[in-house]
Design a protein around this ligand. Structure first.
Ligand SMILES: [Mn+2]
Length: 383
């Protein structure tokens, strides 16, 4: 608390301190003079005051009082801040010290649920050649490369299934053969870029597929369900004959030949489509298979999704399904209500011309879980 006496006291001390400081640089004679002067000043502080001195002391007193209140306010503010920081700090300490937790046990593989694996093979175009320079250096393909990619597809189907079998029991593989395994000669242009004529190409394709099915049988205990669809490329007519497409397709003959080759194998069941669509119930999931060429898409900005969803809505009026699975567009696209398959041939002049999204060679693979429905989606990269 500031008082007049305290101000005098402080003032007197200032005078003494200053005098002492000065004295260090003075001669003994000068110090005597300084001492007398200092005594006089101090006496003056504590005794007679002029009116103007009193006024200025009063002003100092008032100023100091104001300062005191300001300091008090600031001090209280700081106190409140400290209290808040302490509270924050103690809640952080609470979090750091907290011990609550529980143990998560690993799920034992195989026992909990079961699923069916679905692998989709389509758009292999095995005898068609893709030269690097025709696709801006993005792809190269010939019969040898086709065989390599086809083998890789079957190897990965087995490997992926084996991997998934660690978590879920899988006894059945749906191997969907959705057409366009060859390019044929449906366009005059294909005559110059295909290394084999259509029938010979079909025999090669049959060899690739038979080898693959045998590989799966020999390297797993899976039972195979094989839906078969003709593509638009295997037709022997200049245009697609919509009502007699199967009878005019080399692939239809190939599928029947394959079916006969595995006739004695109880683990293999072929379902050769007689029309554009075929249907398969996998647990509660209804799947509609087709090649995909009756979807009309001209490169709209929404991509495949818009025309596909329009077509699905129409087809669902006849037979409602949960999922459409098709190829033809050489673009892998796994969505909730449809899976568009990629191709084995990869990016080619056709993909450029239909303005398909650029895609590397891949084929679709997914699981249909007994309880969850379609669950794991894993594209098979074949290049
Ligand atoms: Mn096609």
């Amino acid at each position: 608390m500031e008082t007049k006496e305290k101000i005098w006291h402080d003032e007197a001390w200032d005078v003494i301190r200053n005098a002492r400081r000065k004295a260090k640089k003075l001669t003994p004679e000068e110090i005597i003079g300084l001492k007398k002067e200092t005594e006089k000043t101090i006496q003056h502080i504590f005794s007679e005051r002029t009116e103007s001195e009193e006024i200025s002391e009063d002003r100092i007193l008032r100023m100091k009082k104001r300062e005191d209140t300001e300091y008090k306010k600031k001090y209280e503010l700081v106190l409140r801040q400290i209290e808040r920081l302490e509270a924050d700090h103690s809640s952080i300490l609470e979090i750091v010290k907290d011990e609550r937790r529980h143990i998560i046990y690993p799920v034992k593989g195989g026992g909990a649920s079961e699923a069916v694996a679905v692998a989709v093979a389509s758009d292999w175009h095995i005898e068609e050649e893709v030269r690097l320079e025709s696709v801006n250096g993005k792809n190269r393909y010939d019969l040898k490369e086709a065989k390599r990619r086809a083998d890789k597809f079957f190897q990965k189907v087995v490997a992926l299934t084996r991997k998934e079998q660690q978590d879920v029991a899988i006894d059945t593989l749906v191997l969907a053969l959705l057409g366009d395994f060859t390019s044929g000669n449906i366009h005059p242009e294909l005559l110059s870029i295909c290394s084999l004529p259509p029938t010979k190409a079909i025999l090669e394709a049959q060899g690739f597929l038979q080898s693959g099915i045998e590989f799966i049988l020999n390297n797993s205990r899976l039972n195979l369900v094989i839906p078969c669809h003709v593509g638009n490329h295997s037709r022997i007519t200049p245009k697609t004959y919509i009502s007699s497409e199967q009878g005019n397709s080399l692939e239809y003959g190939m599928y029947h030949s394959l079916k006969m080759r595995f006739a004695g194998e109880p683990r293999v069941k072929f379902i050769i489509a007689e029309g554009y669509h075929s249907f398969l119930d996998v647990y509660d999931t209804k799947i509609r298979f087709h090649h995909g060429h009756s979807l009309k898409y001209q490169g709209g900005v929404g991509g495949l999704t818009i025309p596909v969803n329009k077509a699905i809505a129409q087809w669902n009026k006849e037979t409602r399904v949960d999922m459409d699975v098709f190829g033809h567009w050489h673009t892998y696209m796994p969505l909730k209500n449809f899976v568009a398959n990629g191709s084995l041939i990869g990016y080619n002049a056709f993909a450029v011309s239909i303005k398909a999204d650029y895609d590397v060679p891949k084929q679709a693979y997914f699981l249909v879980d007994k309880k969850l429905g379609p669950s794991i989606f894993a594209p098979i990269f074949v290049a």
